[in-house]
Design a protein around this ligand. Structure first.
Ligand SMILES: Cc1ncc(COP(=O)(O)O)c(C=O)c1O
Length: 411
């Protein structure tokens, strides 16, 4: 988090406008902008690990907190601060801290808050590594868990124990795109005294703001849509100033999953176009989902804004568009799914998502291969399921590629 709240531009002239009361497109371009004395147009890239002081007294004052300013880039860096402030504006958060990856954000959000003897209630529908953290890594530190069918508020309620200190879910979930009721789950968490942590990677702050819906903490993989061009890893944790400064910051400072300034700069520039990119890809994703539904049949395609999607009314309440991912099932299991992926010419086979290039993966053999088969089945991840991340190509070209590959695969 930033060590100072700079309100002046590089020439010493006060910034002409505070962006706080403006709209999200303006925040994406302007929020957090702190110019150096050179008055550069683009955000400055501060490639420095340390900082120097005018005197030994000043160094001591920075360390004691009596004087504001940066002390070490594991603790904070001006380029990283700009990214944090811009993302906080987009999510409607009081505070944000960036991390080196989405998994560093997810793990830190929970590990900074929990201790041995605590219990977590988590959605059964989780990205493979998040599932591993909850079911394999946290238990090694004496933190137990219960996985629930996240679509049933009663299941969350029933799972609460006196030791429950956190709820964790992702919505839409990876890869089934199931959508869960954040306000309803937040009410149960609040009553239980548990911190509700929401993974907002699939929706992005453009389409959904969990903090405004009652969540306490949001985590992001900035690797996905925020970069959006396949270049850097990154992550972020957002929440109240109290949670960030008192709980998260000491954990991050001393364990060090820091975001590199260069990566923060790439992500900062990514935030400038995030809204345009996510909205454009979401429009194409809906067109493709509708086309696939006609081609494969109702019930074979999962997309939150399709009328046939089980949670589509909730999705329309919680989200501003259906997102950039479309998940669908091919009738011939893994063989047909592999034949289809191999026949694509334009769409690339990749487990990444949220990119300008459309990417496709077979979750059972990639992103969710470390999850036990019975858990995968409980999540609805079948052998014929494929997940398409829609990019910025012309939707007609993507549909032509998909149709050709379906034909070759015999679907
Ligand atoms: C829903 C979700 N959360 C978290 C992550 C982790 O992000 P990263 O790969 O940046 O560590 C991913 C990565 O695919 C994801 O899909």
């Amino acid at each position: 988090m930033s060590g100072k709240d700079e309100k002046r531009n590089g020439s010493g002239r006060p910034n002409r406008a505070s962006v706080e009361d403006m709209g999200p497109a303006t925040w994406g371009v302007r929020a957090g902008l702190t110019r150096s004395p050179h008055g550069e147009t683009s955000e400055a890239l501060w490639l420095t690990s340390g900082y120097v002081y005018e005197s030994a007294e000043e160094a001591a004052a920075r360390f004691s907190g009596d004087s504001e300013g940066y002390v070490y880039s594991r603790y904070g860096n001006p380029t990283v601060s700009m990214f944090e402030q811009r993302l906080a504006a987009l999510e409607g958060a009081e505070a944000c801290m960036a991390t080196g990856s989405g998994m560093a954000a997810m793990f830190s959000a929970l590990a900074s808050h929990l201790q041995a003897g605590d219990h977590v209630v988590a959605s059964r529908f989780l990205f493979g590594s998040c599932h591993q953290v909850i079911t394999k890594i946290l238990p090694r530190f004496g933190i137990t868990h219960t996985l629930v069918d996240a679509s049933d508020p009663q299941a969350w309620q029933d799972a609460v124990r006196p030791q429950t200190r956190a709820f964790f879910l992702e919505t839409p979930a990876n890869p089934t795109l199931d959508v869960f009721d954040i306000p309803a789950i937040a009410a149960i968490a609040r009553q239980a005294g548990a911190l509700l942590v929401v993974d907002n990677v699939f929706a992005t702050p453009v389409l959904q703001n969990p903090l405004r819906l009652g969540a306490d903490v949001v985590i992001h993989s900035a690797t996905k849509h925020m970069d959006g061009q396949g270049r850097t890893m990154g992550g972020a944790v957002l929440g109240s100033r109290k949670y960030v400064t008192e709980t998260l910051m000491p954990f991050l400072r001393h364990t060090g999953p820091t975001l590199a300034p260069f990566n923060a700069w790439v992500l900062l520039k990514g935030l400038e176009t995030l809204k345009l990119r996510v909205e454009a890809a979401s429009r194409s994703a809906l067109t493709i989902a509708r086309h696939l539904e006609e081609r494969l049949g109702r019930g074979q395609v999962r997309y939150p804004f399709l009328e046939s999607f089980a949670g589509h009314e909730l999705a329309r309440e919680q989200m501003r568009a259906g997102g950039t991912l479309v998940t669908f099932t091919l009738p011939g299991g893994r063989d047909m799914a592999f034949a289809f992926l191999n026949a694509l010419r334009l769409i690339d086979i990749s487990n990444n998502l949220g990119d300008a290039k459309s990417l496709i993966t077979h979750p059972a053999s990639t992103t969710h291969s470390a999850v036990k088969e019975e858990d995968r089945r409980a999540q609805g991840i079948t052998e014929g399921l494929v997940r398409l991340s829609v990019g910025l190509e012309d939707a007609a070209d993507l549909i032509a590629d998909i149709d050709r590959a379906l034909e070759i695969a015999g679907a």
